[in-house]
Design a protein around this ligand. Structure first.
Ligand code: NAD
Length: 313
C-alpha cells in the first residue's frame, strides 16, 4: 500500500522538487499531499507534476502559521493517516540586527520554528498511537553553525534543532522516526528572495561601517559561496528520498560534504574560538579571495568527513 507523505511549502524550491520526485516514483510507493499557503501559486508545481497530478500527487492549502489552516488540512486527510511529514516551509532573513524590527524577527520564528512545531503537534499524536511514522525537518547547516548577518534565521534553525533533538528521544519509544536534513546553500528562490529584500533595505539604525561590511563584504562573498558550493533543489530532494527510504534513518543529515569541515571545526574546539576566528578571517581577511578559500576548504574535506553526509545519489 502507498505511504502518505505530506509536505509543506511546495509552491517552489526544495518542497516542490521533493513532492514531484516522490510522486513520480516508478513503483508508485507514495501518495503525496503537496501543500502550499496560497493555491494561486500552484502552476509551477502542477506543471512539474505532469500526469502524477490528481493521481499520486494531490494539492491542499496549508499555511503553517495558522492553527485553523493546519487543522482543516490535516482533518481532510483520510483517517488523518500521514506516514511521512516533511516540514519544508521556511523563510530567510538577512542583514544587520540593528536594522531588523522585532516584528520581522518574530515572523521568521513564526514560520521556521512555530510553523514546524504546529505541524508536529497536529500530526505526532496519530503517529504515536499507530507506533509508526517519520517526521522530516528541513533544517540547514545554519541549524548547527551561526553565520554572520544571518543571526535571526540561524537562531530559528538552532531553535528547531534543539526541539527535535529533545523530541527524538521520546519518539524513539513510540517507533516514530525524526530526521533533520541540513543543506548548505541551495539554488532556489530563497536566495533570489533574500537578494531582492537586501536591494530594498534601507538599514535604519545601522551605522555606516556595519552597512558597508554587510553590503560590500558579506554580500559578494555570500554570492560567491552560492556559486561555488550551492546544490540544486533536486539534490536535496534526492537526499530526502534517501532518508525516508532508509530502514534505519539517521537523525542528522548534512547534504553537502563541503560543509563538513565547518561542523567538525565547531566540535573540535570547545572554546568556540576556532569557529569565530575562522569565520572572521574568511569574511574580513580572505573575502576578496573567496574562490581560493573555497578551494582550500574543498581540499580540507577529507574522505572520512565526506562519508558523514547523505549524498543525492
Ligand atoms: P523557497 O523560498 O523556494 O521555499 C520555501 C517555501 O515555503 C515557499 O514555497 C514558501 O511559499 C513557503 N512558505 C513560507 N511561509 C509559509 C507558510 N507560512 N506556510 C506555508 N508555506 C510557507 O526556498 P527553499 O530554499 O526551497 O526553502 C525550503 C526550506 O529549505 C526552508 O525551510 C529553508 O530554510 C531550507 N533551506 C534552504 C536553503 C537554501 O539555501 N535555499 C539552505 C538550507 C535550508
Amino acid at each position: 500500500s502507498q505511504r502518505v507523505v505530506l509536505i509543506t511549502g511546495c509552491s517552489s524550491g526544495i518542497g516542490l522538487r521533493i513532492a514531484v520526485l516522490l510522486a513520480k516514483d516508478e513503483q508508485k510507493r507514495y501518495h503525496v499531499i503537496a501543500t502550499m499557503r496560497d493555491l494561486k501559486k500552484k502552476d509551477k508545481l502542477v506543471q512539474a507534476a505532469g500526469d502524477t497530478f490528481g493521481n499520486t500527487l494531490t494539492l491542499q492549502a496549508l499555511d503553517v502559521c495558522s492553527d485553523d489552516s493546519v487543522r482543516q488540512c490535516i482533518s481532510s486527510v483520510k483517517d488523518r493517516h500521514i506516514d511521512i511529514l516533511i516540514n519544508n516551509a521556511g523563510v530567510g532573513l538577512l542583514g544587520p540586527v540593528e536594522s531588523i524590527s522585532l516584528d520581522q524577527m518574530k515572523m521568521v520564528f513564526e514560520t521556521n520554528f512555530f510553523g514546524t512545531v504546529r505541524m508536529i503537534k497536529e500530526i505526532m499524536p496519530d503517529m504515536k498511537r499507530r507506533r509508526a511514522g517519520h517526521i522530516i525537518v528541513m533544517s540547514s547547516v545554519m541549524g548547527m553553525q551561526g553565520v554572520v548577518f544571518n543571526d535571526v534565521y540561524t537562531a530559528s534553525k538552532f531553535a528547531i534543532e534543539g526541539f527535535c533533538e529533545s523530541l527524538a528521544v521520546q519518539l524513539l519509544k513510540f517507533n516514530v522516526k525524526l530526521s533533520l536534513i541540513e543543506p548548505g546553500p541551495v539554488h532556489t528562490e530563497f536566495e533570489a528572495k533574500m537578494m531582492e529584500e537586501v536591494a530594498k533595505m534601507e538599514f535604519p539604525g545601522a551605522d555606516a561601517d556595519t552597512v558597508r561590511y554587510f553590503k560590500d563584504v558579506y554580500m559578494p562573498s555570500s554570492i560567491d559561496i552560492f556559486e561555488a558550493m550551492g546544490q540544486t533543489p533536486d539534490d536535496i530532494a534526492k537526499c530526502t528520498r534517501k532518508v525516508i527510504e532508509s530502514s534505519n534513518p539517521r537523525f542528522r543529515n548534512l547534504t553537502n560534504s563541503l560543509y563538513t569541515p565547518i561542523v567538525a571545526m565547531k566540535y573540535a574546539d570547545e572554546t568556540g574560538g576556532l569557529s569565530v576566528h575562522t569565520f572572521y578571517n574568511l569574511l574580513f581577511n580572505f573575502g576578496s579571495l573567496m574562490h581560493i578559500t573555497m578551494n582550500i576548504l574543498k581540499c580540507l574535506t577529507c574522505s572520512c568527513l565526506r562519508r558523514r553526509t547523505v549524498s543525492p545519489d
